[in-house]
Design a protein around this ligand. Sequence first.
Ligand code: C2O
Ligand code: CU
Ligand code: CU
Length: 556
Amino acid sequence: MSFLSRRDLINQAAAYSLLASRKLLSQAGVAGPHEDPDAPTLFGFVDQLPIPKLLAPIERRKFRAVYHVRMKESLHGMHSSLPQAKIWGYEGLYPGPTIEAARGERVEIIWENSLPEDHLFKVDPHIHGGMPPTPAVRTVPHLHGARTTSESDGLPEKWFTPGKSVRYIYPNEQQAATLWYHDHAVGITRLNVYAGLSGLYLLRDGEEQSLSLPAGDYEIPLVVQDRTVDDKGQLVYAPMNDDGVPLAPGIWGPEFLGKCPVINGKICPYLNVEPRLYRLRVLNGANTRFFDLRFNLARRAADIPSLLMFSQIGSDGGLLPKPETKRSILLGPAERADLLVDFTGFEGKTVTLMNNAAAPYPGWASMGMHAPRLEELMQFRVVLDRKAVKAVSKTVKVGAPTPFIRYSEKDAVKSRDFLLVEQMDQQGRSLGVRINEKGYDDPVSEVVKLGTLEKWRFINTTEDAHPMHLHLVQFQILHRQGFDYPQFTKGNIQPVGEERLPSPGESGWKDTAIVLPNEILSILVKFEGYTGRYVFHCHMLEHEDNDMMRPYLVIP
Ligand code: C2O
Ligand code: CU
Ligand code: CU
């Protein structure tokens, strides 16, 4: 690297993070009302962004690949000035190795639970499905966004214990997309994923290839999360109540908001990039936190932002029918975005990946509660040296070549309403959010017919935004609209205001969509592929774990 010495890099990092470092200083300490004076000084942007390695199959034949993935406890460096953290990872890695699959090629994965008998975190024994004698260490992997049989879906109750394994089949009969795998065990998903159990699954196809998108070193996966670490570098899981006060370990809380931004497993990293076009595969892999991402050219967070325009070419379920040029993108937990960012002409400059989302999202007016926003997530440093630039970008074609057929509301054979209501105790503390007043174990009430189109409305009566997710399907967002609250308290759902259509970036295939407070999210969903039992839920893991999840049944 010719443009900056290692020493310069450190100085530059230090200079950049005068503000950030002070922020991080308090962030690094154990969560608590008081700042820990012994908390380590963590400078931002000192570690290079790790790129999760590709997993090699144990067997590959024509149209079939077999993988063996063990869930293991291991040590992982979250930041170079911290001792290694104990984590749980697929193949002992955090995030897990990336699995690449080809459309039409069947993937079989032997998922093996090789975890220890004791959980990394204190487990709340009061949560449904997780009460003793249910073992604390239980896992079940789910491939988020994939169309699979119910048997291979990783339903929450299909958990298995250390020493056990399952063999799941992924047909990959769907278009190229940024999918991800993560733990889904009932009542404990938030802890298992927080411990490190998630990874990317990139499904590729010929259509995507025909676009000559940036590939290899120029296609960068970004698993964006938040974590809290103690002064020994260990992960701390400290959820909070609605009043913002952290709860004692082992008690369920409605939100977890980490104090450090973590990208691909590193706290506040940096990446050297060439002055050219890049493809970024972004996943919001956080438990609770929303990210409103932007690329900022300003030197410091305090300066007037100078935002780069970028292009969103894909959403959860694949390439968009029409890309969207934008300055920022909001991603709720589990949402993905496929982005093209052009660093051409920015030699010697630093682009900071910033986040502008309130935490919790979109913010509670009544509580005045707030957690750190985590403004600066990582840096892209554009190399000065033209000679270091290996390839000149070819012209890239964007827009999915497959004709995208927009569903029509009038083809929906049924419309279902889902009321999202927070349950409170006498002190007004959250006991979790329920869907239509039902919990996960209540009998199935949603029975849908294979091959039919339905309209589902999520009606959010809470003060939080919720990322609603359905297994098995990729759906389309119809619109969002407000509703009349006084009417609602009388039992009527009365939409008010304009129907807001999704932006181009949300007009493709989605498996997770945000519903804002006081809003109705309407989606059109076709139940294709398989019959059997599936689930839908809020993807804030704290909510999902505590009954904001319901089963549904697909019948012939
Ligand atoms: Cu990311 Cu039930 O899923
Ligand atoms: Cu899923
Ligand atoms: Cu939720």
